[in-house]
Design a protein around this ligand. Structure first.
Ligand SMILES: [Zn+2]
Length: 176
């Protein structure tokens, strides 16, 4: 599939065509360069931010919208995904991540982004000092968080899957 906005070769500007790559299917191909040009996409992290002491989950409101979502942000080129988890939480909430646990990924077609969901544990809620990107935030029990999170969102699906796993294996992590 040739994506809108990615019709041309990033190296020579020539028009891409589709060509069969054995085992991969139809991939954009530059006839001038003689190279496959795999579609570009973004990578982002989304965090279920959990306080190790209380077991509560942080939800935020952003972009002037009245809906609770998870802390999230794009992974920079050259940055590891795990570094982005700690950096985004530090930048947006001021808090230090003590450890992060990978949960799952989901491709988000509307923004051409691979979303990588983690549980990010923080030790000290008192460090909470949100930056100007965040309109509001609050701590909830996992059950409350599932009720408050934006309905129909990818964040809701990540949170639901996490909460169900947590119930199935309550020994995982301190109170989490
Ligand atoms: Zn080319």
């Amino acid at each position: 599939m040739i994506l809108k906005g990615q019709e041309h070769c990033p190296a020579c500007g020539g028009k891409l065509v589709e060509k069969e790559l054995p085992g991969e299917g139809l991939i954009p191909w530059c006839p001038a360069c003689g190279q496959y040009r795999f579609p570009a996409y973004s990578v982002a992290v989304s965090m279920i931010t959990v306080c190790e002491t209380t077991g509560r989950v942080l939800l935020i409101k952003q972009y002037g919208r009245d809906a609770y979502i998870l802390v999230a942000g794009y992974v920079n080129r050259g940055e590891s995904v795990e570094h982005a988890v700690a950096r985004e939480i530090r930048e947006e909430t001021g808090m230090t991540v003590t450890r992060a646990r990978f949960n799952r990924t989901s491709f988000f077609e509307p923004s051409n982004t691979l979303m990588c969901n983690f549980t990010a544990y923080i030790r000290d809620e008192s460090e909470l000092k949100t930056n100007e990107e965040i309109d509001a935030c609050a701590w909830f029990t996992p059950e409350e968080a599932r009720e408050k999170i934006k309905p129909g969102s990818l964040a809701e699906r990540f949170l639901a899957a996490w909460a169900e796993e947590r119930q199935a294996a309550p020994g995982e992590g301190p109170q989490a």
